[in-house]
Design a protein around this ligand. Sequence first.
Ligand code: 5GP
Length: 139
Amino acid sequence: MAETIFSRIIAGDIPCYRVYEDDRVLAFLDINPLSRGHTLIVPKEAAETLDQLSDESAAAIGRCLPRIARAVLAATGATSYNVLQNNGAAAHQAVAHVHFHLIPKQGDGAGLGMVWRPTDLPAAEGEKLAREVAEKIAD
Ligand code: 5GP
């Protein structure tokens, strides 16, 4: 995988405001935060998108994410937050190294803005699609 700004931060070539580190994970403040406490949680493994990440790195992220969330809430006083994880340019991924955004929602409205356009799921489509995905997981 090509070098990215995050692989250079993980290597220590570029500084960051680090909040957490273990063998598999580094978390640091986003340089252009949407709100106070906006934190990036990054696996050290060089994977571009979540579907390419190993089970071991995924588990390591899952283990520390709630703990980092509790700490960010305690430090910022926020009580609501979003976890955002973009994959692919069309889905607004700018840095091609897996990362999770933890974005506190602040009282002044600062935080993640969202456009959510729900549609319907007809029963026939639900049954067919769920079966197809379940089969792929089992593969
Ligand atoms: P994406 O759109 O890929 O999900 O988000 C990438 C995030 O990385 C952005 O929120 C951006 O502000 C942050 N970012 C980009 N370059 C740097 C950097 O050099 N240092 C830090 N701390 N954050 C960065």
